[in-house]
Design a protein around this ligand. Structure first.
Ligand code: PEP
Ligand code: MN
Length: 306
């Protein structure tokens, strides 16, 4: 497809209502000079021409669980390993994560597989510690409006994966991204992970339209989390395909060696086989969007832990 045609397609997506609504977030809003940014993590470009998949367990449970998963997801084509060491849980009695021990296991998995690491940070007090281990700092749905945390992430020296709050509008999400950027860190990746609606058949409602809207109004990369949106593993592959087709820059997916024994989110975690199949079936849908992703973006900055 000709670049001019692509530019026209993008211009058609720019609705004056959205421009007016979001232009106050000047550091993250799309402008004609700054239409797209890439967040670079080690040798991986998020928001560039590749569709980047992050995968791994909800929580780091043990060294063998994480290493097995890391090897399986790397072989299937994931570039980034996810896994929570600090877990925000709906019940105070549920597994809260292994803490620093979990971070050390994540670091070992990076050494063994070469995968970059994304892990959640829940409190501003943990930012410096987690930044020593993580390549990407994940802000969970429950923390999206924790402004003290967002400000601390402004000077953590790592890219931030900012998940949409479960009751947050896109304006709220972009406001939080702007807070991180104003505090000094423009390496932000937005993540649609489903929102709370009256629907109860799924854990959350995946707002698939959020992807093209965010891509139209912001220059930041946008990924989708089909696992927390669905709450059940059978829906994860089809929601992933939908994400690829609407122009997402990647996915974050939960995978576990034995989902029925997972300490958290087993229902929505894929087995290794399911993940492998999903990645294979996804490729034609990724290819459909390849022309759009080829538009060379503007490089922002380089991140990655040692
Ligand atoms: C997670 O990624 O495991 C998680 C807790 O996600 P969210 O914050 O989107 O619920
Ligand atoms: Mn989870």
């Amino acid at each position: 497809m000709l670049p001019q045609l692509l530019l026209t397609r993008i211009a058609t997506l720019m609705n004056p209502k959205w421009n007016g609504q979001f232009s106050c977030f000047d550091l993250v809003a799309k402008t004609s000079e700054h239409s797209r940014s890439v967040v670079q993590v080690r040798d991986i470009e998020i928001g560039g021409s590749d569709f980047v998949v992050m995968a791994g367990p909800c929580a780091v449970e043990s060294e063998s669980q994480l290493l097995q998963t890391a090897e399986a997801v790397a072989e299937a084509g994931a570039r980034i390993l996810r896994g929570g060491a600090y877990k925000p849980r709906s019940s105070p009695y549920a597994f809260q994560g292994l803490g620093v021990e979990g971070l050390k296991i994540l670091r070992k998995a990076r050494e063994v597989t070469g995968l970059a690491i994304v892990t959640e940070v829940m409190s501003e007090e943990d930012v410096d510690l987690i930044a020593e281990y993580a390549d990407i700092m994940q802000v969970g749905t429950r923390s999206m409006e924790n402004y003290a945390l967002l400000e601390a992430l402004g000077h953590c020296g790592r890219p931030v994966l900012l998940k949409r709050g479960m009751t947050a509008t896109l304006e709220d999400l972009l406001r939080s991204a702007q807070i991180i950027a104003v505090a000094g860190n423009s390496q932000v990746i937005l993540c649609e992970r489903g929102i709370r609606t009256f629907e109860t058949a799924t854990r959350n409602t995946l707002d698939i339209a959020a992807v093209p809207v965010l891509k139209a109004v912001s220059h930041l990369p946008v990924i989708v989390d089909p696992s927390h949106a669905a709450g059940v593993r059978s829906l994860v592959p089809v929601l992933s395909r939908a994400a690829a087709v609407v122009g997402a820059d990647g996915l974050i997916v939960e995978v576990h060696p034995c989902p029925e024994q997972a300490l958290s989110d087993g229902n929505q975690s894929l087995t290794f086989d399911e993940f492998r199949h999903m990645m294979k079936d996804l490729q034609p849908y990724i290819d459909l969007q390849q022309d759009d992703r080829q538009l060379r973006p503007q490089l922002l900055a380089v991140g990655g832990a040692d």
